[in-house]
Write a protein that binds this ligand. Structure first.
Ligand SMILES: NC(=O)c1ccc[n+]([C@@H]2O[C@H](COP(=O)([O-])OP(=O)(O)OC[C@H]3O[C@@H](n4cnc5c(N)ncnc54)[C@H](OP(=O)(O)O)[C@@H]3O)[C@@H](O)[C@H]2O)c1
Length: 238
């Protein structure tokens, strides 16, 4: 299987704190020679991740932005285009986050709006802004949905998150249908709990987790030409 990303431009959104998914994926793409364009909303964390990667000679640029803001996403896409001749081989949209909402009748409007904004709003704004760059490379878009968006998932207490991630799946299907004629693919991952620093802090080390290395293997496969026959799919992980 060829997952060599030398000469390929990878845009990774949602890169922030160490030990989270964006951190693992940035390292995995860098190890395979990818040219990285990292997006995140915390400039200090983003720059810290970039410095760690540059220490091992990775090619990395950063763009701090709030991706729920469509104009900020467009500005980030323009900045990336200027550094990549307008081409992006893979857009991996990791930005998002989890919060419990509790039973709907008692749930908070703020949690609802925040979950839709960080998970679905960012997916919409980032996709819309970056599609011309991905089209130019006949590349692919990869989304982070969740096991909570799979049919039959127990979504009690998680309505805002589950609705937002289900929306991400539908957005992915629309992109896959609309962009096939442009040679572009779109897929979504639906992971169970991942062994991230924040999950281990809240659930302990012995809970059942998807290991980061296993997750990265799936992402690299889906971002590579090895998966060229796969589009419009939701891939359960874990
Ligand atoms: N961890 C899991 O077990 C698990 C399971 C299934 C699916 N997922 C999904 O996989 C992805 C990565 O998970 P994770 O645990 O690594 O997530 P995370 O650390 O909570 O968040 C991912 C990153 O997205 C950034 N972000 C959030 N809203 C943003 C915005 N408006 N603009 C720009 N960046 C924004 C966050 O920045 P801040 O730090 O500033 O918030 C953070 O750096 C998420 O989409 C998550 O929902 C995770």
């Amino acid at each position: 299987m060829n997952t060599d990303f030398k000469g390929k431009v990878i845009v990774l959104s949602g890169v922030g704190r160490a030990g989270q998914v964006g951190d693992f994926l940035a390292r995995a793409f860098a190890d395979q020679g990818g040219t990285l364009q990292l997006l995140g909303r915390n400039r200090a964390e983003l720059d810290a991740r970039a410095e760690e990667l540059r220490a091992s000679h990775a090619s990395v640029e950063t763009h701090a932005c709030d991706l729920s803001d469509a104009r900020a996403a467009e500005d980030a896409a323009r900045a990336v285009a200027a550094q990549t001749d307008g081409r992006v081989d893979a857009l991996v949209h990791v930005a998002g986050g989890f919060a419990l909402s509790g039973p709907l009748a008692e749930s908070s409007v703020d949690v609802w709006q925040q979950q839709l904004s960080i998970n679905l709003g960012t997916a919409f704004a980032t996709t819309r802004a970056f599609l011309p760059l991905v089209r130019a490379a006949k590349g692919c878009v990869l989304y982070f949905a969740s096991a909570a968006a799979l049919p039959g998932a127990d979504v009690g207490g998680l309505s805002a998150y589950a609705v937002a991630k289900t929306g991400v799946v539908t957005l992915m299907r629309a992109v896959a249908a609309e962009e096939a004629r442009n040679g572009l693919r779109a897929n979504a991952l639906a992971p169970a709990a991942i062994r991230t620093a924040s999950n281990v802090a809240s659930m302990g080390p012995n809970a059942r987790y998807v290991e980061p290395a296993a997750l990265c293997d799936v992402v690299l496969f889906l971002a590579s030409p090895a998966s060229r026959a796969v589009s419009g799919q939701v891939i359960a992980v874990g």
